[in-house]
Design a protein around this ligand. Structure first.
Ligand code: AMP
Ligand code: GLY
Length: 423
């Protein structure tokens, strides 16, 4: 098979790595990919949002399966465009991708089908939103309806912060059309976890839980990022909790979509708060999580291409379960100092070979490229993901940080507390 992977981050490198281990795969293309993905396939300089050019490329290269990493092209209709040309593509259509593309749509679907989530109201008017807040106690949770590159959620501690967040969306249009509607939602307390599942209509095949670290600083301090680390599985999501996630959230979500005439095929990601009343949904995403994927796929024994093919062909029931390695996996993200704000790039990266020699270690690239001389240099905020599998969390964590200690680039920054204390 000839497989096209769309995207350029650590998630896409991990996907391409896992896909490349399938005996069915002869050739991988990455659009646009990164320096690490160059070792697995041919990188082509087409951006994920350039849906029409990607579709033409897939026709020309006779691609047998396209796998989409990021959400934006899904929400824009990449899958619809590919399907119209008879191309096999793994991911939801634009209509189905509203589960991530519109928080109002997802919230309404959850509330109508009894899926546990925080109650919320939708507003397009600042005054009305403020009136709603006055009936509530802080902290207030304010969310832009549409895609906002992970920056559309504010947990406001007082009226002033809430007003600023609402005004940024509704008046200053900080997120453009994505913030023309906002959700004001009740605040949930608990620990967060992610559960992803392969979904084919009403059929659901869950992956094991994963945990990501969204804040930039140790001890969950500082601004939100695209993710500074992850681990899998998640000991605090016990078997009973996991069953509830599957039965109270994932199956009902698939059913509710089907009942609306929406055929969902791809990965559905439930971002969860494990509350004292049980798991509740914070958000749905319509794709693999980043960096959860980098801690999940090293543990997955099942051939992911077989699963993706089954989803695309509407026969997910032919894969009764996923096989996992028992050992946990810990992923540490190496970033450019300054991220998620401004940062410098173009610095040479050293030590990857030595780092990858440590047992159980896989290094997934994100913001890396080859410079004019062919040397590996930094090219983004999140630069590398160091994943390590080990007999237990302490061992996996030690391997990951031992590998990190062998890697060096100017302004390298990482969290030192990923998976700390997890047993
Ligand atoms: P989301 O993009 O919806 O997952 O929101 C980003 C982050 O905001 C989540 O990971 C949570 O930490 C926080 N958050 C979102 N919704 C809520 C809520 N209802 N209660 C508490 N925290 C929330
Ligand atoms: N790790 C969060 C996300 O992928 O959205």
């Amino acid at each position: 098979m000839r497989v096209l992977v769309v995207g350029s981050g650590g998630r896409e490198h991990a996907l391409a790595w896992k896909i490349s281990s399938s005996p069915m795969v002869e050739k991988i293309y990455c659009a646009p990919g990164n320096a690490g993905m160059e070792d697995l396939g041919e990188c082509v300089n087409i951006t994920p949002e350039d849906v029409k050019t990607l579709a033409r490329f897939a026709v020309e290269k006779k691609i047998d399966l396209t796998v989409v990493g990021p959400e934006a092209p899904l929400v824009m209709g990449l899958v619809d465009e590919f399907q119209a040309r008879g191309l096999a593509v793994f991911g939801p259509t634009a209509q189905a991708a509203r589960m991530e593309g519109s928080k109002a749509f997802a919230k309404q679907l959850m509330l109508e089908s009894g899926i546990p989530t925080a109650p919320a109201e939708v507003f397009d008017d600042l005054e009305a939103a403020m009136r709603c807040l006055r009936k509530k106690e802080p902290p207030y949770v304010i969310k832009a309806d549409g895609l906002a590159a992970g920056k559309g959620v504010v947990v406001a501690q007082d009226d002033r912060q809430a007003y600023d967040a609402l005004k940024a969306c509704l008046v200053d249009r900080k997120f453009g059309a994505s913030g023309d509607r906002v959700l004001v939602e009740d605040h949930l307390e608990g620990r967060e976890a992610s559960v992803l599942a392969f979904v084919d209509g009403e059929k659901v095949l869950p992956l094991q839980p994963a945990q990501d670290y969204k804040r930039v600083g140790d001890g969950d301090t500082g601004p939100n990022t695209g993710g500074m680390g992850s681990y899998s599985p998640v000991p605090f999501v016990g078997e009973g909790d996991f069953r509830r996630v599957v039965e109270e959230i994932l199956f009902p979500a698939a059913k509710a979509l089907a009942a609306r005439g929406i055929l969902y095929r791809g990965v559905l990601y439930a971002g969860l708060m494990m509350t004292s009343e049980g798991p509740k949904v914070l958000e749905f995403n319509v794709r693999f999580g980043d960096p959860e994927t980098q801690a999940l796929l090293p543990r997955l024994k099942t051939d992911i291409v077989e699963v993706m093919k089954a989803v695309v062909e509407g026969r997910l029931e032919s894969i009764p379960k996923l096989e996992w390695r028992e050992e946990p996996c810990v992923t540490v993200v190496l970033a450019s100092a300054g991220y998620p704000g401004t940062y410098e790039t173009g610095f040479p990266i050293r030590g990857l070979e030595e780092a990858s020699q440590i047992e159980g270690v896989n290094i997934f690239h994100a913001g890396t490229k080859r410079d004019a001389k062919g040397d590996l240099v930094t090219s983004g905020g999140r630069v590398l993901n160091v994943s390590a599998i080990g007999p237990d969390f302490a061992a996996a964590r030690k391997r990951a940080y031992d590998a990190v200690a062998r890697i060096d680039f100017r302004n390298m920054y990482y969290r030192r507390d990923i998976a700390q204390g997890v047993v």
